[in-house]
Design a protein around this ligand. Structure first.
Ligand SMILES: NC(=O)CC[C@H](N)C(=O)O
Length: 329
């Protein structure tokens, strides 16, 4: 019998609709319901028995922590079902990288979990959603896609949910990882070139089944003429951790250091990430992290560092433990 793949629909451009076939960039996201998406792709029956659920119908820039928790709980429950072999999540591309990393950190299953979106609505000329969805279902139905962490299939590539980010907003080749894709999927066949080495899914110390709430973690961006208004505002708002997206090596402007040290003194975790596209922040490079008791996000972009910080803070508020977690996940 064919593998059973469940498609959880959350919205995005893959469910979008434009006024005419020429509208590849101006359209409304989150319009087409999941059963219509699946009905439009009878070829799916060649790769799997597919069932669909409409979990949300939103543009992904509007995802909240509540959406993440609800989606994660549904994925976890389905993954436990013996009659489910793989899960596909259709999702807007704006925050897909954050949802993918969250699930990568917290869902304990070796079954394939594959997120997929599109850059053009299904109504547009050369729409990319149909083939992206076909590829996602075929990867989710493949045994060899298991145990590789949460995956994203876009534009014929199979990307790691940890490493991948939306690199450009107007091309179908939108998703990149600074460490490269894990593989390719062409005509429903997977070609693998690498596997993740960071902890994920069944090797994770975090479990969505135990997470009832996520703490407040926000991000400040570094730039020339940086000031402390945002840092102080987040401190007053009571964030549990603040991600600093610094220039270059994750550097912090001299005029901002004291306000970050003050927040640390009030118990807020300070995590240095970088605003550069492919950051690689090391401890004590540019700032004395040991002295200030700050954490570095290593190769994780600010929005990914925020996801890991939220999940990690559900288990520990010890900065040395947080740094271990940032090295391992
Ligand atoms: N390509 C897309 O999915 C972008 C549409 C919308 N901003 C979203 O993220 O859901």
């Amino acid at each position: 019998a064919k593998p059973h793949v469940v498609v959880l629909a959350t919205g995005g451009t893959i469910a979008g609709a434009g006024a005419s076939a020429a509208n590849s960039a101006t359209y409304a996201a989150a319009k087409v319901p999941v059963d219509k998406l699946l009905a439009g792709l009878p070829e799916l029956a060649n790769v799997a028995k597919v069932s669909g659920e409409q979990v949300f119908q939103i543009a992904s820039e509007s995802f909240t922590n509540d959406h993440l928790l609800k989606l994660g709980q549904r994925v976890s429950a389905l993954a436990k079902q013996a009659d489910v072999d793989g899960i596909v999540i259709t999702h807007g591309t704006d925050t897909m990288e954050e949802t993918a990393y969250f699930l990568n950190l917290t869902v304990h299953t070796n079954k394939p979990i594959v997120l997929v979106g599109s850059m053009r609505p299904g109504t547009a000329l050369s729409a990319d959603g149909a083939l992206n969805l076909y590829s996602a279902v075929s990867v989710a139905a493949s045994k060899d896609a298991g145990g590789k962490g949460v995956l994203i299939t876009m534009n014929d590539e199979i990307q790691s949910g940890r490493d991948v980010h939306k690199h450009i907003n107007i091309k179908t080749e939108a998703f990149k990882s600074q460490w490269g894709p894990l593989g390719m999927v062409v005509e429903g066949k997977n070609y693998w070139f690498r596997a993740p080495v960071k902890r994920h899914t069944t090797q994770s110390e975090f479990n969505i089944d135990d997470i009832k709430a996520l703490p407040a973690v926000d991000i400040v961006y570094g730039y020339s003429n940086m000031n402390t208004t945002g840092i102080e505002a987040y401190g007053k708002a009571g964030v549990k951790a603040l991600i600093h997206a610094g220039t270059g090596n994750g550097s912090v402007a001299a005029q901002a250091v004291e306000s970050l040290k003050t927040l640390r003194g009030q118990g807020v975790q300070i995590i240095r990430s970088a605003r550069v596209p492919d950051g690689f922040v090391l401890r004590n490079a540019e700032q004395p992290d040991d002295k200030y008791d700050w954490v570095v996000a290593h190769d994780l972009r600010p929005q990914k560092a925020r996801i890991l910080a939220m999940v990690a803070l559900t288990k520990t508020n010890d900065s040395k433990e947080l740094q271990r977690i940032f090295w391992e996940y």
